[in-house]
Design a protein around this ligand. Structure first.
Ligand code: SF4
Length: 508
């Protein structure tokens, strides 16, 4: 028996690149998909200058990106390398070899076009009735940013650094004051100067933080924020919002910006509704999105939210929970477990961005026999009620009435996140700035939807559908059809004429 051996490297072979790419290759799907996109309308710039080196066509560059993002080749250098060694990429780009710099600039310069390309694709999926738009689940996932943890600051962190520096300076000055002849004065003075320069650096960061009006600042990527990546692990990153349709679990829209989901519900829901052109729709979200104001905006715009209700903050403190207090909508009062009425002065207060009204009855609380079971506040119990509380209550009723429907949320969204992060390695972004990060998200989501499409329709059906959308294909198809019709009509007419001639001859 002998070992299995490879071919002879010195042997000449004749081959074509077409035969090197499998019929079910991802490269073929990407090739057909990009060919149907109206690149100019989407904003990809293809400008030919009268001088200089001719540019690459944007459709070739987009094909390269879509091939790369599905195959864990996201950096421009990896793609540049693939253009030289990967047979599928060589086939896809017809041998073009753009430099890493050109590849990188294409992604940087076309953030808006990537977004429109993804939305155009979603529109096509809606047209093909693969996206229904009646039930959308919204959820988020975190990715790490191009910003080290040490380059992200909040006021507390700056104070800590400054306090440490002040201590150090004091320590060095004490050494100078107490020191006798064997103290190296010059060395200590240089250490003090160094600490003072650090102090100045942190003061500048503090000034920038205060001017920004934000609670934290990132120095490398100003849009990145300190987010909880997983359980208690905090890192600087982005919280990516994603809307998914219930019918085939396809991505519908995306966004990023906020550290958490508190203010993401209505912007994402309204965007999905507008994009899909729906009159009404249901939205499923977890409790991170349950914010009274956003539930209210949704319901007023024909969107029915099913958002997991949050427990009231009083739920776990061992005192009377909120369910023991009855709200009287007509009189705008609460009745407490001791049958006392808590009233409001009508003022609306801002509590961490939420508009609330206060309800209290100080006199009744002062002499209440069950006060120990109700509150530890020296002014008696007071209740904060959101001015959009009705929307919260309605949402709670809906979720409790249809628990199975709400539970679909997990099935609709979470699987996709696993695919993007675990299988395709999208755990971190290579870009800086919100718009550029969204470029990566849009590329990933196009790849995901396209992959799902292959599973849903099958490669042949997808290929035929895409072929029909290639510009010029339908016109060509009509010309061929007309030619076939004409041919058959001509045949029929000539047969009729022949038949008539034969009949005339027979009669004669
Ligand atoms: S402490 Fe005040 S709010 Fe609480 S049960 Fe007594 S009267 Fe009612």
């Amino acid at each position: 028996m002998e070992f299995i051996t490879g071919f002879n490297r010195d042997q000449l072979v004749m081959m074509d690149f077409e035969s090197c790419v499998g019929l079910d290759s991802w490269a073929r799907t990407v090739d057909m998909f990009v060919d149907i996109l109206p690149m100019q309308e989407l904003g990809f710039r293809d400008v030919l200058n009268s001088e200089g080196r001719p540019p690459y066509h944007s459709s070739d560059m987009l094909k390269l990106y879509l091939y790369g993002y599905k195959n864990k080749l996201r950096s421009s250098r990896q793609m540049e390398h693939a253009c030289k060694v990967n047979l599928e990429v060589i086939w896809l780009l017809k041998g073009l070899r753009p430099s890493a710099r050109k590849i990188a600039y294409f992604r940087k310069d076309n953030a808006a076009a990537f977004k429109l390309a993804f939305r155009h694709f979603v529109g096509l999926l809606k047209e093909w009735e693969l996206i229904e738009g009646t039930t959308i689940a919204i959820d988020s996932f975190k990715i790490r940013a191009q910003n080290a943890q040490k380059n992200n600051f909040n006021q507390k962190k700056i104070d800590r650094h400054i306090a440490y520096i002040d201590d150090k300076i004091k320590e060095y000055q004490d050494q100078l004051d107490q020191g006798d002849g064997d103290v190296d004065t010059q060395e200590i003075e240089s250490k003090v100067a160094y600490q003072k320069s650090k102090n100045e650096k942190y003061r500048n960061i503090e000034k920038r933080l205060q001017e920004s009006g934000e609670t934290q600042i990132s120095l490398t990527d100003p849009d990145a924020r300190s987010v909880i990546l997983h359980r208690n692990i905090i890192n600087v990153g982005y919280n990516v919002q994603a809307g998914c349709d219930a019918k085939h679990k396809l991505f519908v829209n995306n966004d990023t910006g906020s550290v958490n989901d508190t203010h993401a519900l209505s912007p994402m829901a309204l965007d999905a509704k507008e994009l899909l052109g729906m009159e009404s729709m249901d939205i499923l979200t977890d409790k991170g999105y349950t914010t009274a104001k956003h539930l209210d905006i949704c319901t007023k715009n024909g969107i029915t939210p099913y958002s997991s209700p949050k427990d009231h903050s009083s739920h776990h403190n061992g005192r009377y929970p909120m369910v023991d207090f009855t709200y009287d909508k007509i009189n705008d009062t609460y009745t407490c477990p001791a049958d006392q009425v808590l009233t409001t002065n009508g003022s609306i207060y801002d509590k961490a961005g939420h508009k609330v009204k206060h309800y209290k009855n100080r006199k009744a609380c002062e002499i209440c026999p069950v006060r120990a079971l109700c509150t530890t506040n020296k002014n008696g119990r007071f209740i904060e009620r959101s001015i959009y509380q009705d929307a919260l209550d309605e949402n709670q009723k809906r979720v409790e009435a249809k628990p199975e429907y709400y539970r679909l949320r997990q099935q609709i969204t979470e699987h996709q996140f696993g695919t993007l992060k675990r299988q395709w390695g999208f755990t971190h972004t290579l870009m800086r700035g919100k718009q550029n990060v969204l470029s990566e998200v849009n590329l990933m989501m196009i790849c995901y939807n396209l992959t799902r499409l292959i599973s849903i329709l099958g490669p042949d059906v997808l290929k035929n559908r895409l072929k029909r959308l290639v510009p010029g294909f339908s016109a060509l198809f009509e010309v061929i059809l007309a030619a076939i019709n004409n041919f058959f009509l001509f045949e029929i007419h000539s047969n009729i004429s022949k038949h008539q001639e034969n009949t005339t001859l027979t009669a004669l």
